[in-house]
Design a protein around this ligand. Structure first.
Ligand SMILES: *[C@@H]1O[C@H](CO)[C@@H](O)[C@H](O)[C@H]1NC(C)=O
Ligand SMILES: *[C@@H]1O[C@H](CO)[C@@H](O)[C@H](O)[C@H]1NC(C)=O
Ligand SMILES: *[C@@H]1O[C@H](CO)[C@@H](O)[C@H](O)[C@H]1NC(C)=O
Ligand SMILES: *[C@@H]1O[C@H](CO)[C@@H](O)[C@H](O)[C@H]1NC(C)=O
Ligand SMILES: *[C@@H]1O[C@H](CO)[C@@H](O)[C@H](O)[C@H]1NC(C)=O
Ligand SMILES: *[C@@H]1O[C@H](CO)[C@@H](O)[C@H](O)[C@H]1NC(C)=O
Ligand SMILES: *[C@@H]1O[C@H](CO)[C@@H](O)[C@H](O)[C@H]1NC(C)=O
Ligand SMILES: *[C@@H]1O[C@H](CO)[C@@H](O)[C@H](O)[C@H]1NC(C)=O
Ligand SMILES: *[C@@H]1O[C@H](CO)[C@@H](O)[C@H](O)[C@H]1NC(C)=O
Ligand SMILES: *[C@@H]1O[C@H](CO)[C@@H](O)[C@H](O)[C@H]1NC(C)=O
Length: 878
């Protein structure tokens, strides 16, 4: 990673905060024409009465009141990349016995660890549409994190939300819909925190593609861009689509939020005051802390003013030994650029999140693993190669989580086509075809960060990965089932042996199960031209050819896909020889068992959390693969507004047979039953009219005091300076400028921060605010929707009734998802009641003028059914 130049960093701080610095008028003029983010200051401080945070606030206050300025700075600033056992570590408070907090990836379990589980990737978990499985998954991941001495688990993810189907990290989130993502983000966060670990909802926000997310990474790929890509998004779209799931997580009490690499309206995610101060902490009333993505911080005091609370991993860029915070933050507080209330609020937020999940100073779990080696003995300080010791204790934290993993990956497997061949019952002869059914010859963890496509794909790549404790391949599990059933079984685990494959699958009585995949992941790995984001929507390693070949000669072909998102099935899905198509997602360690459970009908499948379009163009959105703004920040205008995935398809191709209509729509998936929907009833509730929140906050509290004598902050004698480590102390106390080393040092808050940035007086509350998640009345239930679902089929099955609402009005989506439930094990002939509540928020649009949610006067209709396009019941909402 290349560090940003100082000029660029200073310019950024200025531009992002809407003041001028005067150094580079030309650049500023060019930027003035671009999308712009309005300033929002001061940064909101915690509310002692915030619902669900009262106790945590009191405990944090008692603790923070005892801290010195240096100790406070320590808690906010990472110690630097590879300086400590975890991917992120802040300083400790030895005087009061607080160990250094450990931040560890990631959204599907622990990364850079061992004796941990590899959970299903979120997109597969999303496909279960099951709130209890999300919570269980979160809890199991939280327990594993706790057992290893991790304080903050870096997940779950709802950004990217899935704007473009090729988006590399889409699969880290739960599906291409804000309501689905919101429910899953909240349930997962609750689960993680129940286990006593702080969840970190990320990436806030509009980090919808990997290309150009960071200028440095782009330089390495030959794109000489000066700054990261800017996602330019209007206010209504921001609220109704991208920010929606985060509000659910905030309401559920999530302890931390990670700000993203990209810019939004040409202001970096980690210093965008409109998004952090205005929307997240103001409107949504977020009481936890905002942590930067790794190297996503690009300025010092400006990020503090804009609402950042913790910098990760702490150094200006990896292993520089310098920090925008650390000593600079100490200086900033002493010289008045960062008000005391702001650093107090940062530490309050961090410690309140810590206490909120049930941590105490008495029950701290020392971190018992080290991210940088699997050896038992090694350097405690990897960057400095210092302090040799026992650093990996191989603590086995897996418990019985394999059961959950097997179940939830099975329940998140989607049957897209079934002409009756499934479930399999003691077939005479099964032939499995394709590399994706077998092992990676280098082992399940053979490729660092899972950055390859060798053998079966059970995970995407990048930081959102774990080391597999084992990986059950489809070949393993299907063979075991075959042996049990007396089925003859053979497999060809390569895509490149057509003669042999053909000879096998043209024998009599063969059920051919053909496997193919397509991955994706984080932008720091480029696999075959897929730099995180996929470069196309077709299958990898000749998967499409293999499927076409197999189905051209075998009339009982079953297709199994391990893909990170949609692929184009257009060319072959209709072939009558293809008797079933199964999307097995990215299932995690129990892959083969989960798949077998579905193919043999031992459990019920899930529903697609995204749309399967007929062509790449049919999605309407795409990744930007080439910079479009010269050497300056690429400008990604989100002109499609809220119309992504099913909302887009419903708009441009509402009917079956329309050009560009989906092949398999959002929410679709076959099950073992057949379900009749009937007796829709809608009950209206009398609720008080909506009252925008008014009044003012308290004045910013301060906890403790500090000296302004630089000498009190000198690096203490007797402590060894570990190479590249970030400390809160100053190396020299001759002057602030000398201690900082920043050539621009000496600017006062007035000179480079926007008006209001350091104002700690009571502030007006926003109308849409009021409690964590937003104005409490947004959750008033306006309607209850009921219907009866009857299994008219002959097998027991789960069903996932879905509620969609047409909010009405010009330019609005045809329908938006507003409710669902996975109802388990409905027996043949059995009728169950499905009930959903529609809240005020569910029926509102964001009104830009009043900056609040408004239930418009437009006629509204509720629909209930089994997918976004199969909605047999509807009723008007009066
Ligand atoms: C981005 O700019 C649009 C258009 O002016 C505006 O509606 C929106 O609120 C801005 N968002 C942010 C986060 O600055
Ligand atoms: C800051 O944290 C480091 C450990 O990360 C510790 O050595 C140091 O003593 C802490 N400083 C203060 C002032 O507590
Ligand atoms: C990259 O862009 C910078 C200006 O942003 C320019 O100074 C430099 O010469 C460019 N480098 C290359 C290799 O084009
Ligand atoms: C303070 O921040 C500036 C960038 O704003 C950086 O150049 C300098 O190295 C930092 N100082 C320390 C002591 O980390
Ligand atoms: C105060 O310290 C900050 C952080 O090092 C620096 O950016 C700023 O220029 C300083 N301001 C004054 C007035 O000394
Ligand atoms: C196996 O194939 C033979 C020849 O095509 C056919 O007669 C027989 O019914 C098949 N048996 C089964 C169990 O499919
Ligand atoms: C799509 O990308 C995959 C993976 O890199 C590659 O194997 C395949 O050939 C590409 N498809 C086309 C049609 O170019
Ligand atoms: C598909 O079959 C053709 C011959 O018909 C062969 O040349 C090609 O290699 C096969 N491809 C795959 C992936 O099996
Ligand atoms: C289906 O398979 C049979 C062989 O059993 C083959 O003759 C036929 O051409 C295939 N049909 C298609 C549409 O591929
Ligand atoms: C502080 O001094 C130590 C040596 O005493 C040096 O290694 C380190 O780079 C200096 N750090 C900063 C931020 O200036």
């Amino acid at each position: 990673m290349k560090p940003l130049s100082l000029v660029a960093a200073a310019l950024l701080a200025a531009v992002a905060d809407a003041s001028t610095i005067g150094e580079d008028h030309k650049a500023l003029d060019a930027r003035a024409k671009l999308a712009y983010s309005p300033p929002h200051y001061p940064s909101p401080w915690m509310d002692p009465q915030a619902h669900g945070w009262e106790d945590a606030y009191a405990k944090a206050k008692a603790f923070v009141s005892q801290l010195t300025l240096l100790e406070k700075v320590n808690i906010t600033t990472g110690t630097g990349w590879m300086s400590g056992p975890c991917v992120g570590n802040v300083g400790a408070v030895p005087r009061l016995g607080l160990k250094a907090l450990c931040m560890q990836d990631g959204p599907l379990g622990l990364r850079f660890s061992d004796y941990n589980s590899a959970f299903p990737v979120a997109v597969t978990s999303g496909a279960t549409w099951s709130k209890h499985l999300w919570r269980d998954r979160g809890k199991a991941m939280g327990e594993e994190a706790k057992g290893k001495g991790v304080d903050v688990l870096l997940g779950p993810v709802a950004g990217p939300i899935g704007r473009a189907p090729e988006g590399g990290r889409n699969a880290e989130g739960f599906g291409a819909d804000p309501y689905l993502q919101g429910q899953a983000l909240a349930s997962t966060s609750v689960g993680i925190q129940e286990a006593g670990v702080v969840a970190c909802a990320k990436h806030y926000i509009a980090n919808e593609q990997e290309h150009f997310r960071q200028a440095g990474e782009s330089h390495d790929r030959g794109f000489n861009i000066s700054e990261s890509l800017s996602s330019n998004i209007d206010d209504k779209t921001m609220h109704e689509l991208y920010a929606w799931p985060f509000a659910d997580a905030v309401k559920a009490g999530v302890g931390s939020i990670m700000c993203s690499y990209n810019q939004i309206n040409n202001s970096y995610g980690c210093q965008n005051s409109k998004l952090l101060n205005g929307i997240l902490k103001g409107e949504m009333g977020f009481q936890g802390f905002v942590m930067s993505d790794w190297q996503a911080q690009h300025a010092g005091a400006a990020t503090a003013a804009a609402g950042l609370d913790m910098t990760m991993p702490g150094d200006t860029s990896f292993n520089t030994g310098y920090s925008y915070w650390g000593g600079n933050l100490t200086l900033g507080v002493i010289n008045g650029t960062v008000p005391e209330w702001r650093i107090d609020d940062m530490v309050m937020r961090i410690m309140a999140a810590y206490f909120k999940v049930g941590r105490t100073l008495e029950n701290q779990v020392p971190t018992n693993f080290n991210s940088w080696t699997r050896d038992s003995y090694g350097w405690e300080d990897q960057a400095a190669q210092e302090n040799w010791g026992l650093i990996n204790q191989q603590v086995d934290v897996r418990a019985n989580h394999a059961n959950h993993i097997r179940e939830s990956a099975a329940k998140g497997t989607v049957i897209l086509k079934n002409s009756g061949v499934l479930p399999l019952t003691k077939p005479k002869f099964v032939a499995v075809v394709g590399e994706d059914a077998g092992p990676n010859p280098k082992g399940p963890n053979g490729c660092p960060n899972r950055g390859c496509d060798d053998g079966t794909m059970a995970m995407i790549w990048g930081s959102g990965t774990s080391e597999f404790p084992y990986l059950i391949t489809p070949d393993n599990a299907l063979q075991a089932q075959a042996i049990k059933d007396g089925t003859r079984y053979e497999s060809v685990l390569t895509n490149y042996a057509w003669a042999e494959t053909k000879a096998l699958i043209t024998q009599p009585n063969v059920t051919a199960i053909v496997f193919a995949n397509a991955g994706g992941g984080e932008g720091f790995i480029d696999l075959d031209g897929n730099a995180g984001d996929r470069k196309n929507l077709t299958l990898w390693k000749n998967g499409d050819d293999l499927i076409k070949n197999v189905s051209s000669v075998n009339p009982y072909t079953i297709v199994v896909l391990h893909t990170a998102g949609p692929v184009l099935v257009t060319d072959w899905y209709n072939n009558p020889n293809i008797t079933a198509i199964v999307w097995a997602g990215m299932p995690g360690q129990e892959s083969g068992n989960s798949l077998t459970d579905i193919l043999y009908g031992k459990t019920s499948p899930g529903r697609s959390p995204f749309t399967w379009g007929p062509t790449r163009e049919s999605y309407g959105t795409d990744v930007m693969y080439k910079p479009n703004n010269g050497d300056d920040a690429p400008q990604d205008d989100f002109t499609e507004g809220v119309f992504i995935d099913h909302r887009h398809f419903d708009k441009v191709a509402p009917k079956k047979g329309d050009k560009g209509a989906p092949i398999y729509e959002f929410g679709f998936g076959l099950s073992w039953g057949e379900f009749k929907y009937s007796q829709l009833s809608v009950q209206k509730h009398n609720v008080r009219p909506y009252q925008p929140t008014t009044g003012k906050t308290i004045k910013a509290p301060e906890f403790g005091n500090f000296s302004t004598d630089l000498k009190d902050y000198a690096f203490p004698k007797g402590i060894r300076y570990i190479y590249q480590w970030i400390y809160p102390w100053l190396n020299t106390t001759t002057s602030g400028k000398a201690a900082s080393g920043d050539p621009y040092y000496g600017k006062t808050a007035k000179e480079f921060l926007p008006p209001g940035a350091i104002d700690g007086s009571p502030q007006p509350r926003q109308g849409a605010s009021g409690a964590p998640g937003g104005n409490r009345q947004l959750w008033d239930v306006l309607y209850t929707v009921n219907c009866i679902i009857t299994n008219t089929g002959s097998r027991t099955s789960d069903e996932v009734p879905q509620v969609y609402v047409s909010l009405g009005g010009k330019g609005e989506p045809v329908r938006v998802l507003r409710g669902f439930e996975r109802i388990e094990r409905i027996a043949p002939g059995q009728s169950v009641q499905f009930r959903a509540e529609l809240t005020r928020r569910d029926l509102s649009n964001w009104d830009v003028d009043s900056q609040n949610w408004v239930v418009t006067k437009e006629p509204k209709t509720v629909f209930v059914g089994s997918s976004s396009r199969n909605l047999p019941l509807k009723a008007r909402l009066d």
